[in-house]
Design a binder for this molecule. Structure first.
Ligand code: SAM
Length: 200
């Protein structure tokens, strides 16, 4: 009897200990994620091979949010020039907006400029609860490509602590599928045939 009580007491203690460790791990994971996302560094540079694959498809002419070091197009704007204040209409734009601040103005800008003739391809976090997803992306994006796995931004050896998506605003390209998945290394276009998914 005493033995049974001791054993069940030990089991309960072990269970509590495990739960504590688990919640501690979760707290640490969330704290790390928060620190990484809200870090002062806005320089989540797009992985070059990921960009190259999109560039092969779209032939970008403008990167409106960059530094001179991480820009993806010869024509680009830095924070000092303020890409948000410039016109993008004549361009095919690749935008990986700054992560430290507010993404919403960049998404609104992408939508507005697409109405003036630009095609704008945005690489953003897949934070589908945010208002800009509901105000602009879900109703007006030409296509949304959810990315499988985590991108390795900049020179990072590990994946980002957030999921990403590619969002395309364009009045010129009509896609059959508005929402689709996008393999991390094998593009949607390659998997399904570019001509089948887009009609220009
Ligand atoms: C996530 S990084 C993307 C860098 C690069 N375009 C790429 O795709 O690898 C966002 C960049 O936007 C720049 N940035 C921040 N505010 C900006 C602004 N108002 N106008 C232009 N660039 C800005 C940051 O300095 C940062 O380099």
């Amino acid at each position: 009897m005493l033995q049974t009580l001791v054993i069940s007491g030990l089991a309960a203690h072990q269970e509590k200990e495990n739960a504590f460790r688990q919640s501690n791990k979760e707290d640490m994971r969330l704290a790390l994620q928060k620190a990484m996302i809200s870090s002062k560094s806005n320089e989540w540079a797009t992985p070059q091979d990921f960009f190259d694959e999109l560039d092969e498809e779209f032939h970008f002419t403008l990167d409106p949010c960059s530094t001179h070091e991480n820009c993806k197009c010869e024509r680009h704007y830095t924070i000092e020039e303020d890409g948000l204040s410039k016109g993008w209409a004549a361009h095919t734009v690749f935008a990986n907006p700054p992560y430290g601040g507010n993404v919403a103005p960049w998404i609104k800008k992408a939508y507005d400029e697409s109405k003036k003739g630009a095609t704008v391809v945005c690489l953003i976090t897949s934070s589908t609860d945010r208002s800009y997803w509901h105000d602009y992306i879900f109703p007006y994006a030409a296509q949304i490509r959810f990315i499988r796995g985590r991108l390795k931004f900049g020179n990072s050896k590990s994946g980002a602590p957030f999921a990403s998506a590619v969002v395309i605003f364009s009045d010129k390209i009509k896609y059959i599928h508005k929402i689709c998945y996008y393999g991390e290394s094998v593009s949607m276009a390659k998997r399904h045939g570019r001509k089948q998914v887009s009609v220009t």
